[in-house]
Design a protein around this ligand. Structure first.
Ligand code: 2AM
Ligand code: CA
Length: 267
């Protein structure tokens, strides 16, 4: 399909709005929480419920499209041929469980590996970050301006403190140096929200050593529209079917920060 991506975006926004209402309602109930790969990796019945809700809507409306979701959808997908939806029903599940705040629904639509639509919905703030390829990025109804340059001493970097606390990291020293040279760091606990914050200038950069495509696929579409560079730590484009480190920053700052981050084996 080389369809009207604006229509696809509007349709997805309606579904995500409905999903957001389900999430808000669920916060007054006690949720069933389980650990996935480790004690820091949580899943609730709402992660599954929202993924199934979005999957059913997509399948009914766009039967030829394929879907990759965090919880249970598309594990067999091996190529980005055709139209692929990449969805995270709740990005920031730990925040959803512990803080009931700062979590997002993230939806990207990709055609033959090229991001066409990106939507990040910060549910409790009711903030919609949306983008259609070539048509700019928006926060609610406001068009986001193109990113301007900033130097490391004036930069606010989104970074999870976990990456500074690891004892076996070869590059720990350089990461510490980077943090000392920056103006400050922030950590919101949702990669999608942090990427959206880079898009709108609340952060100058976001760095993670281990993210999955559903954490960043929507952010990629958005950040491209405002001229933010997003790569892995070697400067390569991010994969859409497997995990990756991620460095997002304004162009000049991206060059500066890439001196401080180095690959390792993930978590
Ligand atoms: P999630 O809540 O959708 O799992 C937290 O710093 C950020 O990293 C969140 O966006 C979280 O997404 C993501 N995250 C948590 N555990 C992860 C893992 N094992 N692999 C990739 N991303 C992860
Ligand atoms: Ca998730």
């Amino acid at each position: 399909m080389t369809g009207n991506w604006n229509d696809v975006k509007s349709t997805a926004v309606l579904w995500m709005d409905e999903a957001g209402k389900m999430l808000k309602e669920s916060l007054s109930r006690s949720l069933h929480v389980e650990q996935k790969s480790n004690p820091n990796d949580l899943v609730t019945e709402m992660d599954i419920k929202i993924e199934r809700f979005l999957k059913e809507r997509i399948e009914n409306t766009f039967p030829s499209h394929r879907i990759l979701g965090e919880e249970e959808t598309g594990a067999n997908i091996k190529t980005t041929d055709g139209v692929l939806w990449i969805i995270d029903p709740i990005d920031g599940t730990t925040n959803f469980v512990h803080q009931k705040f700062n979590f997002a629904i993230s939806v990207a639509v990709v055609e033959n590996g090229v991001g066409k639509v990106g939507i990040i919905y910060n549910v409790m703030q009711d903030e919609w970050f949306t983008a259609v390829e070539g048509e700019g990025a928006f926060l609610n109804e406001r068009r986001l301006p193109a990113a301007t340059e900033v130097d490391l001493p004036e930069a606010i970097i989104g970074l999870n403190g976990r990456w500074l606390a690891r004892e076996t990291r070869r590059d720990e020293q350089s990461l510490h140096t980077m943090v000392r040279k920056s103006r400050s760091v922030r950590s919101y606990g949702s990669a999608a929200i942090e990427l959206a914050y880079v898009a709108c200038g609340r952060l100058d950069s976001y760095i993670s050593f281990h993210l999955s495509p559903w954490d960043y696929a929507a952010g990629l579409v958005m950040l491209k529209e405002v001229g933010i560079i997003v790569t892995d730590f070697k400067g390569k484009p991010l994969p859409l079917l497997t995990w990756s480190p991620l460095l997002a920053a304004r162009p000049h700052l991206h060059d500066q920060l890439s001196l401080y981050v180095h690959d390792h084996r993930g978590f």
